[in-house]
Design a protein around this ligand. Structure first.
Ligand code: SAM
Length: 210
């Protein structure tokens, strides 16, 4: 997005809370591939979507440093709970420190491990799934979470435009673009769901189980 427009938007939405600003800064100074962090605009959207959907059980695939999880919890009722999964155990101490700082440790359970293994072991169903893990595995995540999504529940899938690569005429030769494109085709063809793509940031698909 045009930088001036992005600045204008950020100046005209709710201000970023201090702990999220600190987490964003910490991540950019200390963690590799910091641009993966959702950031203020998408974080605010996730919070608003949580307010609108009012899910009781939320699953996040791909915690990274915890920005999106903290953003989502801000839009949840106090009884609701998030299970978030991160495969990179080097991030665990940062995630736990910022969950504690944000005062959300009691509302978020962090699982360190591969998403597909963890999902297999979780026993509950979910009202909302935020899919933001390994792009090559999006089709597998979809298949794994779908039976565990309550009727009327939502999947939010991030990065589904993949920097614009999805609409390039030549077939992609990398597994990441292919994973996203297969996922997008799979969702499009799935009559069990309603879907819309928001061109925010790197693209966010909103999927509702009928
Ligand atoms: C785009 S980042 C997530 C950003 C985060 N949701 C946020 O908004 O700040 C993707 C994360 O998924 C994690 N990841 C990749 N493969 C995974 C897997 N198989 N299981 C769980 N997490 C995985 C990566 O280590 C990375 O931290």
């Amino acid at each position: 997005m045009d930088l001036d427009l992005e600045k204008y938007i950020l100046e005209h939405i709710d201000a970023e809370e201090d702990v999220l600003r600190e987490l964003d800064r910490f991540t950019h100074l200390n963690v590799l591939r910091a641009r993966m962090l959702s950031g203020h605009l998408q974080g605010t959207l996730l919070k608003m979507l949580c307010r609108m959907i009012n899910p009781q059980a939320v699953l996040e695939i791909g915690t990274f440093t915890g920005y999106s999880a903290i953003s989502m919890v801000r839009g949840l009722s106090s009884q609701a709970h998030i299970h978030t999964i991160e495969v990179n155990d080097e991030l665990e101490s940062v995630i736990r420190r910022f969950f504690h700082k944000a005062g959300v440790s009691n509302q978020i359970t962090l699982h360190i491990g591969d998403a597909l293994d963890v999902i297999d072991k979780l026993t509950m169903n979910f009202d909302l799934v935020f899919m933001d893990g390994d792009k090559r595995q999006y089709p597998a995540y979809y298949n794994a979470v779908f039976p565990r999504l309550n009727q009327g529940g939502y999947i939010l899938a991030d990065n589904i435009l993949w920097g614009g690569k999805v609409s390039q005429p030549n077939m992609p030769d990398d597994e990441y673009t292919k994973g996203i494109m297969d996922f997008n085709d799979m969702v499009k063809a799935d009559a069990r769901v309603e879907k819309v793509i928001l061109p925010i940031r790197d693209g966010l698909t909103l999927i509702r189980k009928k």
